[in-house]
Design a protein around this ligand. Structure first.
Ligand code: NAD
Length: 492
């Protein structure tokens, strides 16, 4: 049995992946209309396999299967659900090599990142919600009329989980684990760019004992089956992670039907280095904040704001260090930056870098594609851009860092809060009072101090403003998959 550990991935090879089918009602099957689409390895640009292109008829079947499984799963005692979720974590760890290989192949994620982050976090999420599944309680309430009054927390029903391309395993388990813990059933639609690990997870969930129909996986296009899922009257809740543009549309469609929603959308976090920071540590965190997952990280830190006295030194240090961040084959254990997940993501980054030049930005590192096959872009640092540049204001979602100067704490906070987004933010300071004072004023769902990307299933995250609403992780996520019913019994 293999386990997740710290050993280098020297033996991991690109896997051969069989063509994907749909997983509906505990059965693998071909799509009703027989369509397929290709899956591309972003580090070579070649097709590695194909998966089923589900149609609306398949989505209807998946929702029906989830509906049919709901009563049984909801009635399964929390302790028993917890045992099954623990087994999911065990099987994830036992099959970690397969998961790492498939996820790295599909997304272009360095295996050095994928094993400890994507795969281990997936196991930890199932463990975390297994623990919470045993404590889903209501409360008794004392009221002045003669009665016995209490609340019950009940599952919502069928959850549509719609996930993006960048963290397929983590962002599907951040929905499926709490949804199952609370007694819901799920139809998962992974991103069309990166559908493979969702299919492997379907196998793992079944192996762990999750009953047929409790989790169903339909692969296909957002505009076809994603849209249909949002509108489906049999769906009781939508858990969506993706871009702000699609999220806004999804919220208008599902919100119009009064479906509860969790909306995890785009981000464009500011990372502030104050003059009293430990500068060396701060520069390390700044680099991690923008190269992590090749910059395809909603909570990445693509906007570095630096106190004026440190500005020139920080820009110079970044220009020196960033070109040495190892870029290459995701299956090489030394790689830190892999390819971007697809050509469309890479061209978007190219457009932003071209715009930065027009807006007066100074490229001090990177700035172009790497000279090799696949969708590689050199990690890029752009100094001196004005706040008004679209490159500062919009989400780039690639390995690009803009560096801007500020004079006062108030100015730094105003710049940090000055985009439509509010997912994450961070600051570097050795001054404790400043750390708390600034954290309180930053408009973001999570604030990191003196490091970046510190995440755990126990720590809730989610957005404000155009970054969405609702929280994943923590007990907050479990609560989002239940509703409260009050029962009042007359004692008269
Ligand atoms: P996307 O919005 O293009 O797609 C997300 C999902 O929505 C995919 O499964 C897609 O097929 C589906 N979809 C597309 N059109 C749809 C429609 N009309 N109806 C229903 N579903 C539809 O996002 P992406 O490019 O895959 O992911 C990148 C984006 O996700 C970035 O903006 C990033 O910031 C965001 N993101 C946010 C978080 C977070 O926690 N807030 C986490 C990861 C990624």
């Amino acid at each position: 049995m293999t386990t997740v550990d710290d050993r280098p991935d020297t033996t991991l090879r690109r896997p051969d992946v069989s063509p994907g089918r749909l997983f509906i009602g505990g059965q693998w099957r071909e799509p009703a209309e027989g369509g397929r689409f290709n899956v591309v390895d972003p580090s070579t640009g070649t097709v590695v396999t194909s998966v089923a292109r589900a149609s609306t008829a398949d989505v209807n079947d998946a929702v029906d299967a989830a509906r049919a499984a709901f009563d049984g799963w909801a009635a399964t005692p929390g302790r028993h659900r917890a045992r099954i979720l623990h087994r999911v974590a065990d099987v994830v760890r036992a099959r970690a090599d397969e998961l790492v290989a498939v996820e790295s192949l599909d997304v272009g994620k360095p295996v050095s990142l994928c094993r400890p982050v994507d795969v281990e976090t997936t196991a930890e999420q199932y463990e975390y919600y297994a623990a919470l599944a045993q404590g889903i309680d209501g409360a008794t309430r004392q009221i002045p009329i003669p009665s016995h009054a209490y609340t019950r927390r009940e599952p919502l029903g069928v959850v549509a989980a719609i996930t993006p391309f960048n963290f397929p395993l983590i962002l599907s388990s951040s929905k499926i684990a709490p949804a199952l813990a609370a007694g819901n059933t799920v139809v998962h639609k992974p991103a069309e760019d990166t559908p493979l690990s969702a299919l492997l997870m379907a196998e793992i969930l079944a192996e762990a004992g999750v009953p047929g129909g409790v989790v169903n996986v339909v692969t296909g296009y957002g505009s076809e089956i994603g849209e249909h899922l949002l509108r489906h009257p049999g769906v009781d809740k939508v858990a969506f992670t993706g871009s702000t543009a699609v999220g806004r549309h999804a919220a208008s469609v599902a919100g119009g039907q009064l479906k509860p929603m969790t909306m995890e959308l785009g981000g464009n976090a500011a990372h502030i280095i104050f003059e009293d920071a430990d500068v060396e540590k701060a520069i390390g965190a700044a680099i991690k904040g923008f190269v992590f997952n090749t910059g395809q990280f909603c909570m990445g830190g693509p906007r570095l704001l630096v106190a004026a006295p440190l500005y020139d030194a920080v820009v110079e240090a970044l220009a020196g260090a960033v070109p040495h961040v190892p870029l290459g084959d995701p299956f090489d254990p030394a790689t830190v930056i892999g390819p971007m997940a697809g050509e469309r993501h890479l061209s978007k980054v190219e457009r932003h870098v071209a715009q930065a030049k027009k807006d007066g930005g100074r490229i001090v590192a990177g700035g172009q594609r790497a000279d090799r096959d696949g969708f590689f872009f050199h990690p890029t640092v752009i100094a001196d851009l004005p706040d008004s540049s679209s490159v500062v204001q919009e989400e780039i979602f690639g390995p690009v860092l803009t560096v801007q100067r500020f004079d006062t704490e108030d100015e730094a906070i105003a710049m940090a809060n000055g985009t439509p987004y509010g997912l994450a933010a961070g600051l570097q300071t050795e001054n404790l009072a400043r750390a708390h004072r600034v954290a309180a004023r930053l408009q973001a769902g999570i604030v990191w101090v003196n490091d970046w990307a510190m995440l755990d299933p126990a720590i809730p995250f989610g957005g404000v403003k155009d970054s969405g609403y609702g929280r994943e992780y923590g007990p907050e996520a479990l609560a989002a998959y239940t509703r409260t019913k009050s029962v009042v019994i007359s004692l008269a």
